[in-house]
Structure formats: structure tokens, C-alpha cells
Design a protein around this ligand. Sequence first.
Ligand SMILES: [Fe+2]
Length: 252
Amino acid sequence: MFDFFKRKDNSPAIEVLPITTDIHSHILPGIDDGSPDIATSLQLVKGIYDLGIRKTVATPHIIGDLYRNTPAIINEALDVLKEACIAEGINIEITAAAEYMLDDYFLQLLRQSSPLLTIHKNIILTEQSFASPTGNLHEIAFDIMSAGYKPIMAHPERYHFYHNNFDDFSRLKDMGFFLQVNLLSLVGYYGKPVAKAAKYIIDNGLADLLGTDMHHQRHLDTLQNPKTLKIFNEIFSDKEFNQLSLYTDEAV
Ligand SMILES: [Fe+2]
């Protein structure tokens, strides 16, 4: 009875995600805690292609203490994946940016005016530590925008320190962040409090973007689960989620 999302080209009805462009994933081989090798990357890419994704932005972590990925490292891994996709005949557009942890290393890059890797135009994907709120987030947001960038906050629903006061999500937007909800959050993958926060963000029209934040096969398995697709269908009422704000000039 459920009217699952259909492909836009009206090919045989299969279950697909409510987005066709994914702006958050860890599918590049061997450079962060996502895919460890090219074989895994190909499996993940095939999986999201079958779920209707036609353009994906790979966003490996850049974290001062863990992954000091540079544009050169990221672009080299991107080239490897793109070539492998061509060889396998997977017709998907793949570009790369990064998921910047808002740590001292990021502030150093910003102050040095090192060119940041953007999702689109001047838009960068950022994240915070899950352990505790970033103390001077207002100032950091101001510095990012003063440097000419517009930040997306990745998965705001996953930060437990926002779970007691959902007004904080509006405050993030007031600071200038776009909000990107993880699809997996909505189906309880990260637990009930995260699902509740994600639902709040969607229901209150605060979500600018959705993403898979795909790291590994378990994420893909969950996205492919018919129960997952049923939940998306209920939440998004059989419409493709509008990732519009990222792709209009109003964003820049
Ligand atoms: Fe991520």
C-alpha cells in the first residue's frame, strides 16, 4: 500500500531515497574512518546509486588530531574512485569537499586563508565534537562568514547537548549555519533522542539539507531496508526533499 519514492525517469518502481544529490559521505578510499579501500568504496557507490543518488559529494573528515587531509590527498582519492566508477560503468557524478571539525586546526586553516574545500560555490560542511559544545561557536561562524564562506552544520540532531533545548537549532541558523540532517537519524540508527531531534528539525522546517553520512556497509544496509524507506515515505510524503537552498544564489 505504500507509495515508495519513484525514480524521476519513471523506470520500474523501486525504493529510492528522498534525495538524488548527497552532500555528505565518507566513500573515498583509505583517508578517514569511512571506506578503507577501493572495493568497499565501489560497493557503497553502487548501493547509493541503486537508491537513486545521481550526484554525490564525498566529504572526508579533516580533524586536527586525527585526519589532516589536504586538498591534494582528497583529490587523489577522488580520482581513484572516479576512475573505478568509470571502469565499472557506474554513471554517477562524484565530487569531493570535506567535513571540517571546528577545532584549532580548522581555525588555523581559516586564519592562514588556506583555500577550503567547498561543497558548492562558497559552502563548507562543518561538524563539532560530540563530547561538548563548541564554546565560541558564534565567533567561529562569524569568522567563517567573514572569510567569505557559508557553513553547513552536519547532523545537528546528533549532538546530545542540544537535546534538552531544541531552540538551539534555531540559534544555529541565526548564527548563519545551514542545517544538514542525517537520513539515518530519522530511522533511529543513532538512538531515540537523536531520532526525536531530527524529526523536530524536519517538522519545524529547519532542515536545509539531508545527507547519508555514509561510512560503511551497515549504513548502506540500513538505508536499503524497506522499513527505512517506508519511514522516509511517511516523513516526506512522496516528495523529493528540496535541497534547494544549497543550489540557489540565495545561499551565497
Ligand atoms: Fe560525516
